[in-house]
Design a protein around this ligand. Structure first.
Ligand code: SAH
Length: 373
């Protein structure tokens, strides 16, 4: 974009212009400039953000799209996050826990579809540490490719199981886990405390520190549009996450779940969530950023939009069909068409290609590890 075109955006300050013009990574964007861009809902800003975010992604990680297979291994949860439909207080939530066989079978479908990362997600279900270690090992073995020439014979296993003692994280790393996803949700301490019963942000961040010490590739992220969240808070979160050099950053709109204390609140604004995605990308060019399921679960599927705003990961759902409906962290969760058919895993590949084509990206069939490794 030329300087004239940038200044024609009018409402942007010189420095916010520098953000969309791609001055970073020479100088990281300041939270004030990020806030200004988050607040600009006009089309010119959208175009500038898309261009800048795509440029940041393509120079950071290349114009690639990767798929990670999501398996929702249990809907039991002992935590009580007020936004989440699986919180311990929700008596209406349907609870299930997948067996090792079900998990390995689901992962095998993902391997047959060519995916090389398995994400095991659950509520804080208290699953036995050694049992999960055995599951991790079984998934790694099920996806082993003896013919791999790139040193990536084993698939990557990502865990997203919430807060556990460091000794558990250590055991799972030992068992072969590679990555851990744990969004900080919001970096605003007061808001975090208001949204969680008896747990503060510090306990979440202490888990991050432990996971890093153990050598996990670490993912963080936030929800956008939480009740009581400010735009300047989001800008500060994006800046702090950029400083944290996360391998992965997940950003999605808040979707009120009717059976939670926040059921009557206003949903997060999609435009704001997309701008936050673009700014996360501009601030963190080397992070893997998904077009999240929450973005697919709107009045339409916004995942291509998210890719145009700098995202580069999709996470098709490979949970068994019965589990997909029960794992209701928010209502209307769209189980994207690519993974609906358990008998035809190759559909995942076709759908991935369609998403990549629509966003001008090339499908990367590899593990897509942390770019810092
Ligand atoms: N137990 C794991 C996984 C949580 S579910 C953990 O603690 O990390 C994965 C993510 O879904 C959460 O991190 C949160 O950001 C998101 N989420 C939960 N409830 C949501 C809601 N109502 N709307 C949008 N996203 C939500």
């Amino acid at each position: 974009m030329t300087r004239e075109a940038g200044m024609a955006l009018g409402r942007l300050s010189e420095r916010a212009f520098a953000v969309v013009a791609g001055a970073w990574p020479v100088e990281p964007p300041a939270p004030d400039d990020v806030r200004l861009l988050l607040d600009s809902a006009d089309e010119a800003t959208a175009d500038a953000l898309k261009a800048a975010a795509s440029r940041a992604r393509d120079s950071g990680l290349g114009p690639r799209l990767v798929a990670r297979a999501l398996i929702e291994i249990s809907s039991y949860c002992g935590n009580s996050c007020r936004y989440c439909g699986l919180n311990a207080c929700n008596r209406l939530a349907r609870r299930y826990s997948l067996s090792e066989d079900e998990i390995v079978e689901s992962a095998s479908r993902a391997f047959r579809a060519g995916l090389r990362t398995i994400v095991l997600q659950s509520g804080e279900d208290g699953r036995d540490t050694a049992e999960l270690s055995a599951i991790i090992g079984a998934v790694k073995r099920a996806g082993f490719r003896p013919d791999a020439v790139d040193g990536a014979g084993y698939p990557a296993v990502t865990l997203s199981l919430g807060e556990r003692p460091e000794a558990d994280y250590a055991a799972w790393k030992e068992a072969g886990a590679d990555r851990y996803l744990m969004r900080m949700e919001t970096g605003d301490r007061e808001l975090y405390a208001a949204l969680h019963d008896g747990r503060g942000l510090d306990s979440r961040l202490a888990c991050h520190a432990a996971l890093r010490r153990l050598g996990y590739q670490l993912g963080s992220g936030i929800m956008v549009g939480l009740p009581g969240q400010s735009v300047s808070g989001i800008a500060l979160d994006l800046a702090s996450m950029a400083g944290g050099r996360y391998a992965m950053l997940g950003i999605g709109p808040f979707i009120p779940h009717p059976d939670t204390p926040l059921g009557d609140e206003t949903p997060g604004d999609m435009g704001l969530a997309l701008r936050a995605t673009a700014l996360a990308r501009i601030c963190s060019p080397w992070s893997w950023i998904p077009a999240t399921t929450a973005m697919a679960s709107q009045e339409r599927d916004y995942r291509v939009d998210a890719l145009l705003y700098g995202a580069n990961v999709v996470m098709p759902n490979f949970s068994p069909a019965y589990a997909r409906g029960a794992y209701a962290i928010y209502p209307g969760k769209r189980c994207a068409a690519e993974s609906d058919d358990e008998q035809r895993p190759e559909r995942a590949t076709d759908s991935l290609r369609r998403l990549a084509d629509a966003a001008g990206l090339a499908v990367d069939p590899g593990r897509a590890d942390d770019a810092w490794l």
